[in-house]
Design a protein around this ligand. Structure first.
Ligand code: NAP
Length: 258
């Protein structure tokens, strides 16, 4: 298995923790992971669990030995976190910050080093999510291949569309929650209703993961012509509903590109 060098992370919150779990939680990956001291609890837990993981004394001490430096703080924490970093030739920077452009990152870091913007999702912890990214050198694609795969897009404009799409997940869950609440309001036990619908929706996962089947085929294969699913899909997803979803997504797109 190929050694993917040393990865340093500045900011050890939710997504950084998921990435580190994925990178060192199985075969292969970086030989060493150096964490910033911020996100102290996560950093301590990760280093206690994984031999390859250590915690630096300061942000500044994360970078000298790292081949790849991951920026994984919140966007408004960027300047404070990177102001005294020392970067050197040969290093590559990965940013996971939503809505922070390459130009802003380059200015904050004051560097000409290659920077790759990425959108990792929490299932990278189990090496189970494809990561969208701007064009990336092979060491970066190898790291993310290990975490579930890479989806390189041509430019930041395309990355922003994917970034806006990441705002959809709790809305999908709210759809499921609404179904349970509706059933509860019609005299059914809410607990039973929720169990029924959660199991049924979770059961769609294998079909969703089958990339050979288009979404259109998937929809057709789950409904009978003239049946209940077709009726709800047509009645609910009318022009009004689809239009308001698209307009909400446009708002997200504006927000991540402003
Ligand atoms: N969560 C996701 O699913 C997800 C997915 C894709 C992208 N993202 C992006 O990932 C970034 C992090 O999100 P998150 O959900 O992981 O946030 P989070 O859990 O709040 O983590 C932010 C981390 O940054 C640390 N930090 C704050 N100031 C710092 C400084 N000056 N130096 C070093 N570290 C500092 C925080 O440490 P303290 O706890 O000590 O303050 C914390 O560990 C965001 O920019 C977000 O856009 C998140």
């Amino acid at each position: 298995m190929q050694d993917l060098g040393t990865v340093g992370l500045i900011g050890v919150g939710t997504i950084a923790t998921a990435m580190v779990e994925g990178l060192v939680g199985g075969d292969g990956g970086p030989s060493r992971v150096i964490l910033s001291p911020r996100g102290a609890r996560n950093a301590a837990e990760l280093s206690a669990r994984h031999e390859r993981v250590e915690v630096a004394a300061s942000n500044r001490e994360v970078t000298p030995g790292a081949d790849v430096v991951v920026l994984s703080m919140l966007p408004d924490q960027l300047h404070d976190a990177v102001h005294d970093l020392r970067l050197h030739d040969g290093q590559i920077v990965i940013s996971v910050l939503a809505g922070v452009s390459l130009t802003e990152l380059r200015d904050a870091l004051d560097t000409d080093l290659p920077i790759v913007r990425t959108i990792p999702l929490p299932p990278v912890a189990r090496r189970g999510a494809v990561t969208v990214m701007t064009p990336a050198p092979s060491v970066v694609t190898q790291l993310f291949d290990l975490l579930g795969g890479c989806l390189e897009v041509a430019d930041e404009a395309q990355l922003s569309v994917f970034s806006a799409m990441t705002g959809c997940f709790t809305g999908l869950l709210e759809y499921v929650a609404t179904l349970s609440r509706w059933a509860g309001s019609r005299g059914v036990s809410p607990v039973d209703a929720e169990r029924f619908i959660r199991d049924a929706v979770a059961g769609l996962a294998p079909a969703l993961r089958d990339r050979e089947t288009s979404m259109d085929q998937l929809i057709r294969s789950h409904e009978t012509p003239g049946g209940l699913n077709e009726q709800l899909r047509h009645e609910f997803f009318d022009q009004g509903t689809v239009g308001s979803l698209e307009s909400a997504l446009d708002h997200l797109l504006r927000r991540v590109t402003e």
